[in-house]
Design a protein. Structure first.
Length: 323
């Protein structure tokens, strides 16, 4: 049974029953529902602002796990990079020099991958900095691993060719040393016998008598045979492969032809006095990767220790002589 409501009539000063229309009832219900809805929504917003819902807490836990995994991966990247750096150091200082291979510069090993927009799709993430830096570290690591794998493959190929290479390296004397044959001018700066100024002497001069046999110092192919009266006179250039070449100048006679294959110890000509030469001698050069190197360093293989030391001492005494 509903309660009756009354209101005070100011004219009659008496209480009279309050009559509420249907429309008023509807508006009152609508107002109450609106206020309740607003209060409820406001309460939910305030609660979610200062307190995590179960779903929000689950998402945050998953995000935290992802961040932890990324940080763990970054530490693993650094450990792998340290190990790779040790391999690179050993590769450049041990493996490649052992086989006469050039080292791989750090600019090649550290070269990046892709363009500047490679990581732009990550910039909208909440963890953009972490994602981008981790991706860059991974790309660099993969590039370095690729370069190192290529290097190891090249070293492996060189190792397989080691037997052939040992036959090709210029490792014997081009002239049989004797009382008649000695090193007269060393490798390095000297006074040029014709121009009378200091110039680089890119080989050694071995003096002897005309007609002394000249031998190929390693297996190879005759790359050039020429006669230049204003230079090396009669000259032979042999390409031994593996970065090595040898030059034989001022010959009296040449006994090989361009394109001919020769073997170590094969007679290729005779000692002479042709071209720009002041007396009979052989100008002998060893060229490695297009740069002249000291031929004396390649003579030890067929000499006793005493003979090698005596030759070095004599060559040092003869340094700078006008030959």
């Amino acid at each position: 049974m509903s309660k009756s409501r009354y209101w005070l009539n100011p004219e009659t000063l008496s209480f009279e029953p309050l009559k509420i229309t249907l429309r008023a009832r509807i508006w009152r219900a609508v107002g109450f529902f609106t206020i309740s809805t607003v209060v409820t929504v406001a309460g939910i917003l305030l609660y979610t602002k200062y307190f995590d819902t179960p779903k929000t807490m689950s998402i945050k836990r998953k995000n935290a796990e992802v961040v932890f995994q990324l940080e763990l991966l970054r530490r693993q990247f650094y450990e792998a990079d340290d190990l790779l750096s040790q391999l690179e150091l050993r590769d450049n200082n041990v493996y490649r020099p052992t086989f006469g291979m050039e080292i791989i510069p750090s600019s090649v090993r550290e070269q990046g991958i892709g363009g500047a927009d490679r990581y732009t799709f990550m910039e909208e993430s909440k963890y953009a900095n972490l994602l981008i830096s981790s991706s860059r570290d991974l790309d660099k690591l993969m590039k370095k691993i690729y370069v190192q794998s290529i290097s190891f493959e090249a070293v492996r190929e060189e190792a397989l060719n080691i037997n052939e290479m040992t036959k090709c390296i210029p490792a014997i004397q081009p002239v049989s040393f004797s009382d008649r044959v000695r090193v007269r001018a060393n490798f390095g700066m000297r006074i040029d016998p014709f121009y009378k100024d200091r110039r680089m002497h890119e080989g050694i001069d071995i003096g002897g008598t005309v007609g002394e046999p000249i031998f190929a110092t390693g297996n190879g192919r005759v790359e050039k045979v020429e006669y230049n009266p204003w230079g090396y006179g009669r000259m032979i250039l042999i390409n031994h492969g593996f970065g090595y070449k040898t030059r034989y100048g001022h010959l009296q006679n040449i006994e090989v032809a361009e394109g001919q294959q020769v073997i170590r110890g094969q007679r290729i000509g005779t000692l002479g006095n042709t071209g720009k030469s002041t007396s009979p001698h052989l100008h002998y050069e060893v060229i490695f990767r297009n740069r002249p190197v000291n031929p004396i360093n390649y003579f030890a293989n067929d000499m006793t220790e005493a003979e090698y030391e005596n030759m070095l001492q004599f060559a040092q005494q003869a340094f700078g002589s006008e030959y």
